[in-house]
Design a protein around this ligand. Structure first.
Ligand SMILES: [Zn+2]
Length: 115
């Protein structure tokens, strides 16, 4: 399941960001802010439930996890034309016809804040 793999990824990132200090001192993570790209998940509620599930027995158990969602955006790598979300996923640049399209936003998984 896609969301399950993502939940595990997020948990791993949080534990990494917390560092060994937490485990050594027995401290638990109380709050995390995660920046997550919109292309990475489909069901946020399901993702949250899975995250609660996989964090059981870890330093992240019981933490308040807040998500900041980055919208999906892509741009032509050749001429720099940006494609706004909502438009059809096009594989050729509208301006120059290049097929060198790159995702510039929407794939993030970054721990912004942890305490
Ligand atoms: Zn272009």
């Amino acid at each position: 399941m896609h969301e399950m793999a993502l939940a595990r990824d997020i948990l791993r990132k949080i534990v990494e960001a917390a560092g060994v200090g937490y485990e050594v001192s027995g401290k638990r993570v109380a709050y995390v802010k995660v920046q997550l790209g919109a292309s990475r998940f489909t069901h946020m509620e399901e993702l949250k439930e899975l995250l609660t599930e996989v964090s059981k027995g870890t330093i992240v158990e019981g933490a308040k996890i807040e998500f900041v969602i980055s919208p999906v955006k892509s741009a032509c790598a050749d001429c720099g034309t940006e494609f706004k979300p909502g438009k059809k996923m096009s594989f050729a640049c509208e301006k120059c016809g290049s097929s060198n399209i790159q995702l510039t936003s929407g794939n993030e998984l970054v721990i912004k804040e942890i305490r």
